[in-house]
Write a protein that binds this ligand. Structure first.
Ligand SMILES: [Zn+2]
Length: 426
């Protein structure tokens, strides 16, 4: 329900940004300090927070509102289409999600969105891009990205599958197919030349992976597991982090031990009541290893859980999610909020994770507005409300620590010292 409602809203909203160059004095706000909301005053000087008064400042009364850093979406595929980017951006800003991590995109579409300044300006969402994902021959996500230009969403018939196997229109843009270290070496300069912000690798049921994927016409498999440590070494040398699509606990083990920085999913998001939960249960020792290696986990737990999910499947899936997430939390492995829903932002995921009951409101709020934004932009001073940090924040009407739904009661938005006003078009 929420999906269609918010998506529609995006088409009727407009973003206008009154310019307040210089200094703004924010009074009468309760500012989140990572633990509570003490009353405080802040100035924004040239888009940066300070406690130092500056001359001729414009005064803004926050009217007792609760101020939090903007939210993040660590797993999206939404900002690589110029036609959709504006409406998509408005939806994100409306929901207070200012930071987005593109976990595979069509790189030419992403470049067009960047060139048109639909992202990465003070008045828009800030997005990073993995561009083409690294996978095996005919591997995931080729079947998704080649279907759309062929006129269908997903290959179902034998004819459609055959068309996708032979399609190459998004090769080198949305995915890179490889199997051997020599092929990785050959493609690597082209991958770097596409200027990704991070590298995405795809691991799919790695326990069943077999060599000679180049002659395998099955769709949706993943990367040769032996390539993972080679890729992470190359990526880290280039200053890029690596995030891995994983389906099973074996995929997660290969990713973590292969040196990836983030898991793109929690294993088991597609688990059914008939499935074997042990294949997606992260062993305790692997969780310990993830913590020691500073691996972060994008939960993406809300995907595949909707009104079409049967009660039995929902029960199995949530039991697996709660089991893995509870033990990850206990081991202090950071969990990131990521939606992985086309056309949606991460608000649904925030609420879904809240419904699992694993975290307090404070813990979940920090995941949404501190941990996730800082994981997306580790080099920027954002995600905290203190001097020297970007003057980007949401003003909530009430305290989100007492009622989680208050995280959505956004009455004002500021980004890098600019006022983001979203209103109905006349
Ligand atoms: Zn995804």
């Amino acid at each position: 329900m929420r999906r269609s409602k918010t998506f529609l809203l995006g088409f009727f909203l407009t973003v206008c940004v009154p310019s307040y160059a210089g200094c703004i004095h924010f009074i009468n706000g309760h500012w989140f300090n990572g633990r509570a909301f003490p009353q405080d005053d802040f100035y924004s000087d040239s888009g940066v927070l300070t406690h130092t008064p500056c001359h001729q400042s414009l005064q803004i009364d926050l009217k007792g509102g609760y101020v939090v850093p903007p939210y993040g979406d660590a797993h999206e595929h939404n900002f690589d289409n110029l036609q959709r980017a504006q409406a998509q951006g408005k939806l994100y800003l409306q929901d207070g999600v200012f930071y987005a991590q593109g976990m595979t995109d069509v790189s030419t579409g992403a470049e067009a969105v960047k060139q048109a300044k639909r992202v990465n300006t003070p008045s828009t969402v800030d997005a990073t891009y993995a561009h083409g994902g690294l996978t095996g021959y005919n591997g995931h996500p080729k079947e998704v990205y080649e279907s759309i230009p062929l006129g269908f969403f997903y290959p179902v018939t034998a004819e459609q599958k055959d068309k996708v196997v032979h399609a190459t229109s998004r090769s080198g843009l949305a995915y890179w197919e490889m199997e051997t270290p020599a092929e990785l070496d050959q493609l690597w300069p082209r991958i770097l030349a596409s200027h990704p912000d991070l590298i995405k690798v795809y691991l799919v049921n790695s326990e069943e992976w077999k060599a000679a994927s180049s002659s395998d016409t099955r769709l949706g498999l993943g990367l040769n597991p032996a390539l993972v440590p080679l890729i992470t070494t190359k990526a880290h040398a280039a200053g890029l982090k690596v995030a891995a699509h994983v389906d099973t606990a074996t995929d997660a083990a290969i990713a973590i031990r292969g040196g990836v920085d983030e898991l793109g999913h929690l294993p088991g998001y597609g688990l059914s009541a008939k499935g074997n939960p042990t294949t997606v249960r992260l062993p305790d020792e692997l969780i310990q290893e993830a913590e020691q290696r500073h691996v972060k986990v994008q939960a993406t737990a809300g995907i595949d859980v909707d009104e079409h999910t049967s009660a039995a499947d929902l029960k199995a899936r949530q039991a697996s999610q709660i089991d893995n997430l509870t033990r990850l939390k206990k081991a202090h492995v950071p969990i990131l909020i990521g939606s992985d829903h086309y056309g949606q932002d991460s608000v649904h995921e925030m609420d879904y994770l809240h419904s699992l009951g694993v975290w307090t409101n404070l813990e979940l709020l920090k995941m949404a507005c501190v941990t996730t934004p800082q994981a997306i932009f580790p080099k920027r001073k954002l995600g905290e409300l203190r001097p020297g940090y970007e003057a980007s924040f949401l003003v909530l009407s009430s305290n989100p620590l007492t009622d989680w739904q208050h995280t959505h009661a956004i009455i004002d938005r500021w980004k890098q010292g600019e006022h983001i006003v979203i209103e109905d078009q006349p």
